[in-house]
Design a protein around this ligand. Structure first.
Ligand code: GRF
Length: 202
């Protein structure tokens, strides 16, 4: 059974998708052992509590320096015996020490078709604003491994989403979010299966 720690900052609909994906049996051989939130007011924490998942807040409010935050995150991941880290609406950049410690085992969900509309400044609604401004007729979501760059690690899964006439940022964000939830679960399933195959099961 692989242990997943999910890192969040906000409402946690992606966290909820993973919880539902495990409870429905779509994602097998894995469990969420910890939720780390960068924000003590994140609704994600309510979702974790409802599903009896242990959570911890590690953010600027209680660890002012990034070095302290990274140290606390690495400790929390280790204490939970984490196999896979999933960034689900997590709004902070991870430091190199953390990426090194979990290289090839940190995955992120981004609300566009990387390499388009990604990188510094492209998060949340800013992504969809840029998509609408560009006039492209197709966007999407991407699950990828996290490396030292911003949204630059190897791609695991992508799925396109149409941009429709009269789309607002909110309408487009909501349509993309549905695809995020779907491919995040599929992506985690793929990573779990590959890790279990590679490590001969655990
Ligand atoms: C959404 O903008 C999503 O595209 C991105 O994180 C934001 C919030 O996600 N991945 P969540 O509802 O907190 O999971």
């Amino acid at each position: 059974m692989l242990k997943i720690t999910v890192m969040v900052s906000g409402g946690g609909t992606n966290l909820q998708a993973i919880i539902d994906g495990i409870e429905s049996g779509l994602i097998e051989d894995a469990e969420i052992v910890k939720v780390i939130s960068s924000n003590s007011k994140a609704f994600s924490l309510e979702r974790a509590k409802k599903h009896k998942i242990d959570s911890i807040v590690i953010g600027k409010e209680n660890y002012p320096s990034q070095k302290e935050r990274t140290k606390a995150i690495i400790k929390a991941l280790g204490d939970a015996d984490t196999d896979i880290v999933v960034l689900a609406g997590y709004m902070s950049i991870l430091e190199a020490d953390l990426i090194e410690a979990y290289r090839g085992r940190i995955i992120n969900i981004h609300p566009s078709l990387i390499p388009n509309f990604c990188g510094p400044g492209f998060y949340g609604k800013h992504v969809h604003e840029a998509v609408l401004k560009s006039g492209v007729k197709e966007t999407g979501a991407t699950v990828h491994y996290v490396d030292e760059g911003v949204d630059t690690g190897p791609i695991i899964l992508q799925e396109s989403v149409p941009v429709l006439e009269g789309d607002t940022v909110e309408k487009l964000a909501a349509r993309v979010l549905i695809t995020e939830h779907k491919i995040l679960c599929e992506g985690i399933k793929k990573v779990v299966e590959s890790m279990l195959t590679y490590e001969g099961g655990k």
